[in-house]
Design a protein around this ligand. Structure first.
Ligand code: BGC
Length: 811
C-alpha cells in the first residue's frame, strides 16, 4: 500500500492481484476487443487502448478508420541515419496517440529484412541490427517520455511474410543473437520499451508465442526485461504452452485461446497460478506507466516538419553532371503514375487514413507552375484501388469520395458520413448499440466515357449504376488476418458511363463475429478504363522530347510493399522499365525518382542521368520530393538496405519456406555483410551509399582509443550533410562457401559506428565516431555465451563499402 498526493491509499500491485479471483485475473490477460485491453473496476484498472503502428497512429480501430497523420515510412526515416530524426518522429507519434486516447503504440517494427523480397521491408529501419536498434531506441525513448508506451515487434525473425503464420525460421544461435535479436536487445537496454510483441512465426521448431527459451529465458531473465510481452493478433493458439512461455497478454479479444481453458489448466495443476500472477503484474506495471504524470502532449506536426522529415532520408543514387538539383528555369516533363498517385505508405496494419496525400505533380506544380507538364504513366497495379482523383463524388456533400451509411438489421441508420478515400471499415469495434448489418455506399460519377467500376469488401452485394443492377457475393479465404481486412476481395467491370450517373452499392454483412465475413474494409472502385501501354508511352516520349528535363516517377505499390505478402521480384511492376527506357531515349536529360521503400532493379541505370530514392514519404510526399528535386532541401540520406544488381543477387533471397522451413543459410551474413564476404555478387548500390548534393574528401583518419577521427572536406558548391560511417572487418576473413543452416564460418564485416556533420562549401570538419562496444562481441557457440572477436582486423571509413576512404589496421 502507498499513499498518493491527495492522501488516498493506493494498493500495491501484489495487493491488487490478491484481490482478484483466478477467473478475473485470466480475464485481464486477453484483449477486451480488437484494440483494447480489459479493464477491472475492483482494482481500478482502466481500459488501455492500443494502436498500430509504425508510420502513424490510426487509433484503436482497423485501417479505414479516422483520419491520422501519415509520417514518412520507417525505411525512409531510417535512411536519415539520425537518432534526432527518429526522436522527432517519435514525438509526432506520441502526440498522435495522445490525441486519439491511445496508450500503447504497436511498433516500431525492428525485424531485419534479410531478403529484400520481404513484404514488410518498408516498416523496417534497416538491414543492419546495430543501426536498427539505435534508431528504434531513439524513437521509443521519445514516445515513452511523452507518456505513451511502445511495443517493438515482432520478436523474432519475422523477416518475411510467406507462410508467416506457420513458417519455421531455422537459424543458429549466433545468427539469432548477433543479428535477429540484437535490435531487441539494444531496445531493452537503452529504451526500456513498455511492451514487446511476439511474432507469428516459429524459431527452430517452436512457435514464437510459445517460445519460453527466448521469451522468458533470454528476454525476461537474461536481459531483465520488466515490460509486457503480447502475442501478435491471433498468433496464440493454445492455453498452457503460451501462458507458460512468458507471453503475458493474448491479442485480440474478447475471445481467444486463454479464458476458460487457461483457468481449467491452472485448476488442473498444469500451470502454476504464480505464472498467471506474473502476467497480471506485468499488465499492471504497464497500466501504472500509462497512467502516470506525463508532460503536456506535443502540438500536431506542421506540414513543413513532415516535409523536412521525409526529405532527410531521400537518397541520391546517381547524379551525372550534377543533373540534380534541377534548375528552376528548366521546363520539366513529369511522367509516371507515381507522379500523379504518389505512394506515401505500404499496405497492411501500418496503413492509416491520412487527411490528404500530396502527389509529386501537385508538389512540383506548386513550385514551377506552367514550367511543368504532367503526363500519366503506365498501369502499375493488377488490382484496382478505391476511387481516387475525384472520379466519384459524394452525392450529399459534393466532395470527392463516397457517402457511407451503416444500417442495423432492422434498417435503422446507425451512421451516415462522407468518406474521402471511398472506403470505410464496418463491423469492427463500433460504438453503436446494434450490430452493423448493411453498408450502403453511394456516389455520383463525374466523367463521361469508359470506366472501370466495382466494389470491394466481403458480403452479399447489390450494385446499381444508373439503370443497371447486379447482385453477387464476395468472400475472403479467411486465412490471412489483417491482410484480408485491408485488402478484401473485389469485383469490377467496365461500363460506358456518363457524368452525373448515380452509383450505389449495398453490402449485407455475414453474421456473428467472424472477422472475415462480418467485418472489414468496404469501398467503391471508380476510375477511367485502362489505356493501351503503347499510347501511354507515346505521350510520355512526346512530352519528354519537348522538355529540358524529364522526371519519371516509378515505384512499387502496396501490392508489393505490404504486410502478408512478399515480393517475387525487385523489378518494377507493369511496363515501367519500358517507360523509363523510352523516355531516356527521347529526353535531353532524365531523372528517375524511385517511389518505393524496397530496393529496385534498374536495367536502365546507366542510360539515365540521375536516380533519386524517395522511399514512401508519407502525406507530404509530393512536397518533399519537389523540394528535394529543386534543391530546397538536400536529400542527404544513405541507403539502409543494399540494392542487388539482379534478382537473386543477395546473400539471402528466397522467402519461400521449404517443407515449412525457412533456413537462414546466410547465417550472420545478411545484406552488405554477405556481399562483402563474396556470398553474393557486388551490389548495384551498397548499404550506406548516398551522394547528397555535394562532394567530399576524407583525410587524416586515425584510431583514437575507442573512436575513429577523420577530417571531411566539402569539395562541392553547396552546404552538405555527411554521414561518416565506420565498419569493422575482423582479422579472420570470412571464408566461403560454408552455408547450411549453421551459417557460413568466419566473422562478418559490420557497421561499428557513425556520425553526422553539416559542412559549408569549401570548409572541412573533424568528425569523431565512437565505436559501439557491441562491435567486438561474438556469440561463442561452443560455450553458449558472449565472447569477443579475435585481435587485429581493421576499421574501415567508408561511404558504404563500395566507396572506402580509409583502412585503419588494428593491433
Ligand atoms: C501484424 C502486427 C499488427 C497487428 C495488429 C498483425 O497482423 O503482424 O504488426 O500490430 O496485426 O494490427
Amino acid at each position: 500500500m502507498s499513499v498518493d498526493p491527495e492522501g488516498l491509499m493506493i494498493p500495491s500491485p501484489a495487493e491488487r492481484i490478491k484481490a482478484l479471483a483466478l477467473s478475473a485475473k485470466v480475464a485481464l490477460l486477453t484483449g477486451a476487443s480488437a484494440f483494447t485491453l480489459a479493464a477491472s473496476q475492483p482494482i481500478g484498472l482502466a481500459t488501455i487502448r492500443v494502436s498500430d503502428g509504425p508510420a502513424g497512429v490510426r487509433g484503436a480501430v482497423f485501417s479505414g478508420g479516422p483520419v491520422a497523420v501519415l509520417l514518412p515510412n520507417p525505411t525512409l526515416l531510417g535512411a536519415s541515419w539520425s537518432e534526432d530524426v527518429l526522436a522527432e518522429a517519435g514525438r509526432v507519434l506520441a502526440g498522435e496517440a495522445r490525441a486519439r486516447d491511445v496508450q500503447l503504440i504497436l511498433g516500431p517494427n525492428v525485424n531485419l529484412p534479410r531478403s529484400p523480397l520481404g513484404g514488410r521491408l518498408f516498416e523496417a529501419y534497416s538491414e543492419d541490427p546495430l543501426l536498427t536498434g539505435k534508431l528504434a531506441a531513439a524513437l521509443v525513448k521519445a514516445v515513452q517520455e511523452l507518456g505513451v508506451g511502445a511495443a517493438p515487434k515482432h520478436l523474432v525473425a519475422n523477416d518475411s511474410e510467406t507462410g508467416r503464420n506457420t513458417v519455421d525460421c531455422v537459424l543458429d544461435e549466433a545468427t539469432l543473437r548477433e543479428v535477429a535479436l540484437l535490435p531487441f536487445e539494444i531496445l531493452v537496454a537503452e529504451a526500456d520499451p513498455w511492451a514487446i510483441m511476439a511474432s507469428y512465426n516459429a524459431v527452430n521448431g517452436i512457435a514464437m508465442s510459445e517460445h519460453a527459451a527466448i521469451t522468458t529465458g533470454i528476454v525476461k531473465q537474461e536481459w531483465g526485461f520488466p515490460g509486457l510481452i503480447m502475442s501478435d493478433w491471433f498468433a496464440a493458439k493454445h492455453a498452457g504452452p503460451t501462458a507458460n512461455s512468458g507471453v503475458d497478454l493474448v491479442m485480440p479479444g474478447p475471445r481467444g485461446p486463454w479464458g476458460d481453458a487457461l483457468v481449467a489448466a491452472v485448476e488442473a495443476g498444469e500451470i502454476d497460478e504464480h505464472v498467471i500472477d506474473e502476467h497480471v503484474a506485468r499488465l499492471l506495471h504497464l497500466a501504472d506507466r500509462v497512467t502516470g504524470d506525463h508532460p503536456p502532449a506535443p502540438a500536431p506536426p506542421s506540414r513543413e516538419q513532415l516535409t523536412r522529415l521525409a526529405a532527410r532520408g531521400m537518397t541520391v543514387l546517381t547524379n551525372g553532371d550534377q543533373t540534380l538539383p534541377l534548375n528552376r528555369s528548366q521546363h520539366v516533363a513529369l511522367i509516371g503514375r507515381h507522379a500523379l498517385e504518389t505512394i506515401g505508405m505500404g499496405g497492411g496494419s501500418a496503413q492509416v487514413t491520412p487527411p490528404y496525400q500530396v502527389s509529386v505533380a501537385q508538389g512540383l506544380r506548386e513550385r514551377l507552375g506552367e514550367q511543368v507538364t504532367v503526363v500519366d504513366g503506365v498501369e502499375v497495379r493488377t488490382r484496382p484501388v478505391a476511387a481516387r482523383g475525384g472520379f466519384l463524388v459524394d452525392p450529399q456533400v459534393g466532395a470527392a469520395g463516397v457517402q457511407v451509411r451503416l444500417l442495423a438489421g432492422d434498417g435503422t441508420e446507425l451512421e451516415r458520413r462522407h468518406a474521402p478515400d471511398a472506403t470505410t471499415t464496418a463491423g469492427l469495434d463500433e460504438p453503436y448499440d446494434q450490430a452493423v448489418a448493411t453498408v450502403v455506399l453511394s456516389a455520383v460519377i463525374t466523367r463521361d466515357g469508359t470506366a472501370e467500376l466495382g466494389v470491394l469488401g466481403s458480403g452479399a452485394w447489390c450494385v446499381r449504376i444508373g439503370d443497371i443492377k447486379k447482385s453477387f457475393s464476395l468472400a475472403t479465404s479467411g486465412r490471412n488476418f489483417g491482410v484480408e481486412l485491408v485488402a478484401p476481395p473485389l469485383s469490377t467491370e467496365v461500363y460506358d458511363v456518363s457524368a452525373g450517373t448515380l452509383f450505389e452499392a449495398t453490402a449485407r454483412l455475414g453474421s456473428g463475429f467472424d472477422a472475415f465475413s462480418a467485418a472489414g474494409l468496404f469501398g467503391l472502385i471508380g476510375r477511367p478504363a485502362r489505356r493501351e501501354t503503347v499510347d501511354v508511352i507515346d505521350d510520355a516520349v512526346r512530352a519528354a522530347a519537348d522538355a529540358d528535363v524529364a522526371v519519371v516517377v516509378v515505384g512499387f505499390t502496396d501490392e508489393q510493399e505490404t504486410e502478408g505478402v512478399d515480393k517475387s521480384t525487385l523489378h518494377l511492376p507493369g511496363a515501367q522499365n519500358a517507360l523509363v527506357e523510352a523516355v531516356a531515349g527521347a529526353a535531353r536529360r532524365t531523372v528517375v525518382v524511385l517511389n518505393a521503400a524496397s530496393p529496385v532493379i534498374m536495367p536502365w541505370r546507366d542510360r539515365v542521368d540521375a536516380v533519386l530514392w524517395a522511399g514512401l514519404p508519407g502525406q507530404e510526399a509530393g512536397h518533399a520530393i519537389a523540394a528535394v528535386l529543386l534543391g530546397e532541401l538536400e536529400p542527404a540520406g544513405r541507403l539502409v538496405t543494399t540494392f542487388p544488381a539482379e534478382d537473386g543477387g543477395s546473400p539471402a533471397w528466397s522467402v519461400t519456406p521449404v517443407d515449412g522451413v525457412l533456413a537462414y543459410e546466410e547465417g550472420r551474413f545478411p545484406g552488405y555483410r554477405g556481399h562483402d564476404a563474396g556470398l553474393a555478387p557486388p551490389p548495384a548500390f551498397w548499404f550506406g551509399h548516398g551522394l547528397g548534393y555535394t562532394t567530399w574528401d576524407y583525410a587524416d583518419a586515425l584510431v583514437d582509443g575507442r573512436s575513429v577521427e577523420v577530417t571531411v572536406a566539402n569539395t562541392g558548391l553547396r552546404e552538405g550533410r555527411e554521414v561518416v560511417q565506420v565498419y569493422f572487418r575482423p582479422a579472420s576473413p570470412a571464408p566461403f562457401p560454408g552455408g547450411g543452416p549453421a551459417g557460413p564460418a568466419g566473422d562478418p564485416v559490420r557497421l561499428a559506428g557513425w556520425g553526422e556533420v553539416m559542412v559549408a562549401p569549401g570548409a572541412s570538419a573533424r568528425v569523431r565516431v565512437a565505436i559501439d562496444p557491441l562491435t567486438w562481441r561474438k556469440w561463442d557457440k561452443k560455450v553458449g555465451r558472449w565472447g569477443n572477436v579475435g585481435p587485429g582486423g581493421a576499421l574501415i571509413v567508408a561511404r558504404g563499402l563500395g566507396d572506402v576512404r580509409a583502412v585503419l589496421p588494428l593491433p
